[in-house]
Design a binder for this molecule. Structure first.
Ligand code: ADP
Ligand code: TRP
Length: 324
């Protein structure tokens, strides 16, 4: 039986990159069978968030977003990380079989420090908590973006060290990297809220138009033939258009001449396509925001199911290392 697990941090409003790189895969996967665990990584968010009201709101936003896109919460276990405190116990046990060097090499930690974040102990041991998340549910596949691959390799190492010392307690997880690996942001770098180059998933109307208006272009006139690969807008349009329509726009841009579409036309099409693509989920989100009790009920039920599994793994680990 394949077990899939992934988490997403409630650390801000979600953007197109989060949807195409993560959420979409998570929502689609349960229909193909197997067991699925998706959770809101609120313990992880504490490494950066220090504002309780904001954190609460962002947790709700992630919950509402998954439900708005139609995650099937019967097939998938959907829950809040901090409702399963067993993962913090597992994180401790895993930390004790892991050398400092493993965490010191973590790229994501080093990036954050280089960007000027004052590292807390929590930020440093973040991959141990993430390993616990992965190992607690015996998951074998972890669908994430490429930036998380190293964390999954760390989970593999931690599982292997623990098993080598104490016997086969943990299942080896494998990363499963999204095909839409990188959604570019307004400036062409990876879309990320930390770069401020993102477009909010549920942006609509004027807000969406304004955001798309900021996608970087150059001063080449519409009639000049252009290599479509040199036009950033195509990397965004491909998220929404079908292959035939995308090919037609590219052909016209490549041919150039009178009547060729300019960047303004491409932006207009992008606004329309994104607006329509997200409209059903946007409407569903509004409904869910008006019914917080329903969202709480879903999370409580998910927590119960997740916790049963995590408790069993925790008990196995405690027994193996001599704490029971
Ligand atoms: P951000 O970079 O905005 O802080 P996170 O690191 O919280 O986003 O990412 C949450 C999830 O969304 C991860 O699985 C990550 O791989 C995915 N993701 C984030 N940005 C992108 C992007 N630009 N393209 C594809 N996937 C992305
Ligand atoms: N670190 C992940 C991120 O920032 C979130 C996360 C926490 C996660 N625990 C996880 C992802 C376990 C996959 C599996 O995107």
């Amino acid at each position: 039986m394949s077990i899939y697990l992934s988490g997403i941090q409630p650390s801000g409003l979600l953007h197109w990159g989060n949807y195409f790189g993560a959420i979409r895969q998570h929502v689609a996967a349960p229909a193909a069978g197997g067991e699925h665990f998706y959770f809101i990584a609120d313990y992880h968010a504490l490494t950066t968030s220090k504002n309780p009201a904001e954190l609460r709101e962002w947790v709700r936003e992630v919950a509402v977003t998954y439900l708005a896109f139609g995650l099937d919460v019967e097939r998938a276990v959907f829950f809040r990380q901090s409702d399963v405190p067993e993962v913090t116990e597992l994180a401790w046990m895993l930390s004790c079989v892991t050398g400092m060097g493993v965490l010191e090499r973590a790229v994501s930690y080093r990036d954050k420090v280089e960007r000027g974040l004052q590292p807390s102990v929590g930020l440093f041991t973040y991959p141990a908590l993430m390993s616990a998340d992965i190992l607690a549910y015996d998951s074998n596949f972890v669908p994430v973006g490429p930036d998380q691959q190293q964390h999954i390799e760390i989970a593999q190492d931690m599982a292997a060290s623990f098993n080598a010392l104490y016997g086969p307690v943990f299942v080896r997880p494998e990363p499963s990297i999204s095909p839409f690996a990188k959604v570019p942001g307004l400036d062409g770098q990876k879309m990320s809220k930390s770069y401020g180059n993102h477009i909010w998933l549920f942006a609509s109307g004027k807000e969406l138009k304004k955001a798309v208006g900021r996608v970087v272009t150059d001063s080449r006139p519409p009639e000049e033939p252009k290599d479509p690969a040199s036009v950033l807008l195509f990397d965004l349009l491909r998220l929404f258009l079908d292959d035939a329509e995308l090919a037609e726009w590219k052909r016209r841009v490549q041919t150039g001449g009178a009547g060729a579409p300019g960047y303004g036309h491409l932006k207009q099409r992008l606004v329309e396509a994104a607006e329509a693509f997200f409209a059903p989920a946007r409407a569903r989100r509004e409904e869910l925001l008006r019914d917080p009790a329903e969202v709480d009920r879903v999370l409580a039920r998910g927590a119960e199911r997740a916790r049963a599994r995590a408790r069993a793994t925790r008990d196995r680990a405690l027994a193996a290392c001599g704490l029971r």
